[in-house]
Design a protein around this ligand. Structure first.
Ligand SMILES: Cc1ncc(COP(=O)(O)O)c(C=O)c1O
Length: 365
């Protein structure tokens, strides 16, 4: 390979200086963040509203001389706020730089075993990327004909199980009773439920943590707490699972959350009135948007998330998304697997943004 340059990720040249593993990676491609003004941005499931005032005040209070000091490596105040919110103890909480980082540690620390990891064939596309990074064998489990996760399909030998609930990009949720059925049958390996979107109409399985020591639940402050820019996520579970994650974290980066992230996130976890009001607003906008799109002839999967997955019979999702883009509206389209290519994933925006989307779609279809 020495001196040779071939084409790799995103057409970039492969380097002879890279370690072997880098050549084999297929990195995650995040949704784009265009630097354009007047865009209706409905492509990355961010909150259309800003964070609470309490968060902004907490961030401002961190500007000062104490920035010369390293942050608290244990993020104690933040973990206490999260524990209080969920009725847990701080040793049942792990925090990281976005739930992406939390998940990365989960894959390495709890899901890398001899038997293959199971996750849906249509799901958060970072999961196979972590498997590639850490050399984890996995088996994609197909969603059923209605694009739902059927837990019966997971009742087989495995090295771990992970899926988002509600799932992404479909938005559909698995009932709590079904998750419990899975946990009762699957006691020997870790079951991770990624609740990135649960606050927009889903039912959290955090209360099951006390009964099931193999259950880990991950969360993010990027969506329902409107803090995608601060990069904070967390996991809740049995203290033994959390200790495993701490061992990975302290072998990687002892200070993943800076002063701002810890203070801002703690304030966000405490301002439940603002959180509840924003989630209710998004849910109300979603109900209206779904009705408007159905009236135009779209088929919309039931969504418990802050996005919907919609298709128009006989039309290609990529084509509609391209026409929206010409009108400065961006949504997310996935070409693969081909089964979801007719769909677009549309983040719930403000009522005004949703109305703009509906008007554009009326012209397009
Ligand atoms: C299902 C799911 N899990 C986790 C994440 C990561 O969120 P973050 O790293 O912003 O906390 C996302 C982001 O879109 C997601 O869709």
């Amino acid at each position: 390979m020495r001196g040779r340059r071939s084409t790799g990720y995103r057409g970039s040249p492969m380097s002879a200086y890279w370690s072997k593993v880098v050549h084999s990676l297929t990195p995650y491609v995040p949704g784009e963040q265009p630097k354009l003004a007047n865009l209706i941005k409905l492509n990355t499931n961010e909150s259309p509203y800003g964070p609470s005032r309490m968060v902004l005040d907490a961030l401002r209070a961190e500007v000062g001389d104490t920035l010369r000091l390293y942050p608290d490596p244990g993020s104690d105040k933040l973990r206490a706020a999260i524990a209080k919110r969920h009725g847990l103890t701080p040793d049942q909480v792990f925090v990281g730089n976005g739930s992406d980082e939390v998940l990365a540690h989960v894959f390495l620390g709890l899901l890398k075993h001899d038997s293959p990891l199971l996750f849906p064939d249509i799901t958060y596309s970072f999961y196979p990327v972590y498997c590639g990074l850490y050399g984890i064998d996995f088996v994609p489990v197909p969603l059923n004909a209605a694009f739902e996760i059927d837990v019966t399909d997971y009742l087989r030998p495995n090295g771990g199980i992970i899926f988002p609930n509600p799932n992404a990009p479909t938005g559909q949720q698995v009932l709590l009773s079904e998750i419990e059925r899975l946990l009762k049958a699957n006691k020997d390996t870790v079951v991770v439920i990624d609740e990135a979107y649960v606050d927009f109409g889903g039912v959290s399985c955090v209360p099951l943590i006390k009964q099931y020591p193999q259950l880990l639940v991950t969360h993010t402050l990027s969506k329902s707490r409107a803090l995608a820019g601060l990069r904070v996520g967390y996991a809740t579970g049995n203290a033994e699972l959390i200790e495993g994650l701490n061992r990975v974290k302290d072998s990687f980066n002892s200070y993943p959350l800076d002063h701002f992230a810890q203070a801002g996130a703690a304030a966000a976890m405490e301002d439940n009135a603002y959180f509840d009001a924003m989630c209710q607003k998004v849910i109300a906008s979603k109900t209206k948007l779904v009705a408007d799109l159905q009236a135009l002839g779209f088929e919309v999967l039931p969504s418990a998330a802050n996005f919907i997955f919609a298709r128009f019979p006989g039309r290609d999702g990529a084509d509609i998304a391209a026409r929206l883009r010409e009108r400065s509206i961006i949504v997310r389209h996935f070409r693969n697997p081909p089964r979801i290519s007719p769909f677009m994933r549309i983040t719930i925006g403000t009522d005004e943004q949703c109305a703009g989307l509906v008007e554009a779609l009326r012209e397009i279809v």
